[in-house]
Every structure is written in C-alpha cells, then in structure tokens.
Design a protein around this ligand. Structure first.
Ligand SMILES: [Zn+2]
Length: 312
C-alpha cells in the first residue's frame, strides 16, 4: 500500500455498526458508529454504509490527506462466512441468505473481505492489540451476542467451511434452562451476552441494572454486585475451561461491551478458571482485556485483512 491508499474496516453488530478508515500503516484516521437498522433490507443498509464512507472520505479530504484511494473493505458480521462471502442465518441481525461480500463489492466498487465479527476482532488484536506477542489465544466478544475467534500458531483458525470458532455456543452445565438466540439451550451466549447478564442480575436481585451500573457497584464493593460478578464469572470460567483443554491457549482476550467490567472482573474469572481447569493448565493461562478498546477490534481486523492482502 502507498501512503495515499486507505482501507475501510466495518463491524456490523446487532445494535450498532462501526466504521473505521485506516491508512496503510493501520492508523485509524476516522471512526464513526451508526445504529444497525432492524427491519431494513440488507442491500439498502450496505448502500447507506457506502454513503457514510463517502462522507468520511470527503471529510478526510478536507483534512488534506491528499487524494486517498480505497483499496478494499474488510467487514465483519455475526455468522459472516469468509469462504462463501455470505451470511446465511444471523439471528442477532435478523438476516437470512445475504450475499454480503457481493453487496459490499457492488456498492463500494472495490475489493471486499467478509469475516465472522469475532474472527476479525481476533485478527485485529493479533496484529495491533493485546494479542500482538501471542501465538495462541482465544478472543471472546461479550456483547449483544457472544462470539469467539481462534488464533492458533499465529494464524486465524476458521475450521471447515469457516464454521469453527463459535465458542459462544458451547453448552455450559447449569441448573437453569436458558434459551440461546440460536435456539439451543444453556449456551455461553445465553448467560454472558449483555441480555443474559441483565437477566441474571434481575433473577438475583430483582432489579434492572445496566452493565455500567454493575461495574460501578462492583468497584464500590457492593455485596449484591459481588454476588452477581461471582455468578457470571463462574459461568464464563466454565466455558473457558472447555475451550482451554482443547486448545491450550496462552490467553483469553475479552472484548465487546461487557469487557468494560475490566481487569477486576478478569481476575475473578481467572480465579474460577484455575479452580476448575485441568491441572496441566492451572496458572498457565492469562485472562486479559482486548486493547483496541472494547469495540474496535473488528474494524482493525478488517483493515488488517485488506492491508495484508495488498502487501502480500
Ligand atoms: Zn447458541
């Protein structure tokens, strides 16, 4: 890539869509967030995204960036399939059978790469974030849904037909029966998504708290908050134990809105993890927070895909 070449990284989430404009070195030049519409045709939404990106480019031109040329768009969405270029079924978006890569290439008139959103976040953290010096880690995003991306031997592992790495749908043993957005029972996502955590809070204390309030009360050592954190940390650690014995990762990196609970939450999860995990892994796996802010990993990963392709 030359200095006048730029790439867009886009992350289509269940609630918001994030757009980042990056230069050849991975510097984020411009960032904006727009709500993801609930009932809009995907093709119309991608057209709206293309218009947003035009506005961003126009405003960056005003900042004297020269005459930037878009070399590609790297976009993430839940259930986006790198190999087929499609999103066949994404309950958190209400999308079925969407040819996402084709839509991006038509509307943006440039090369596009699409990828599962959590995979992209893992790629971003691996290239520029908390996983920069790690060869084996699991990135887990706790947000509207729960996603995961696997970096094995320094490379993104997608599995057969890009169907691997869906750690949010690992079943955790539980006395409750809670339905996941996918229709399954007692998946990690049904307890650790923002919605799942809020449901747990209500079940435990009979009040409606936001994740932010939970974080504030936990910092203030509120006993009810400590009980809630203990409960959700145990649920997350139980899921991590299943993933860890299979992969032997150096670390779990937590991203997504819930990661704002921060390091004190990670420490509770780690304590539970070390209690539950196979002896061979005790004390050997770190639990850290994503460093490309809680919500920018996937847009960095989208840019990383494009930059790596253009350079290679
Ligand atoms: Zn599920």
């Amino acid at each position: 890539m030359n200095k006048d070449q730029v790439a867009f990284g886009i992350d289509i989430g269940g609630t918001n869509t994030k757009i980042g404009l990056f230069d050849y070195s991975g510097t984020l030049l411009s960032f904006r967030t727009i709500p993801t519409p609930k009932a809009t045709e995907p093709a119309l939404f991608i057209e709206q995204l293309a218009q947003e990106c035009d506005h961003i480019l126009a405003s960056e031109l005003k900042l004297h960036l020269g005459d930037p040329k878009i070399v590609g768009v790297g976009a993430g969405a839940p259930m986006a399939n790198y190999f087929t270029g499609r999103v066949d079924h994404a309950p958190n978006l209400g999308w079925k059978e969407v040819p996402l890569k084709k839509l991006f290439e038509e509307k943006f008139k440039t090369h596009a790469v699409i990828e599962n959103d959590a995979n992209l976040a893992a790629v971003g953290e691996n290239k520029w974030g908390a996983g920069k010096d790690l060869s084996d880690f699991i990135l887990i995003t706790l947000g509207t849904g729960v996603g995961s991306g696997l970096i094995l031997n320094g490379k993104l592992y997608r599995g057969n037909n890009a169907l691997g790495g869906e750690g949010g749908h690992i079943i955790i043993p539980h006395e409750k029966k809670r339905l996941c957005s996918c229709g399954g029972l007692n998946h990690i996502e049904s307890y650790l998504s923002a919605k799942g955590i809020k449901q747990t809070i209500f079940e435990l204390i009979g009040e409606e708290w936001t994740i932010e309030k939970l974080g504030i009360e936990f910092k203030a050592n509120n006993l009810r908050a400590v009980t809630i954190i203990d409960t959700i940390a145990t649920e997350l650690a139980t899921g991590f134990v299943s993933m860890a014995v299979l992969m032997g990762p150096q670390a779990f990196i937590i991203g997504g809105g819930v990661s704002k609970l921060g390091d004190s939450f990670n420490q509770v999860v780690l304590k539970k993890f070390d209690e539950l995990v196979h002896f061979s892994l005790k004390g050997k796996v770190k639990i850290i927070t994503a460093s490309l802010s809680s919500d920018k990993g996937a847009i960095y990963g989208g840019a990383a895909h494009i930059i790596d392709e253009v350079f290679s």
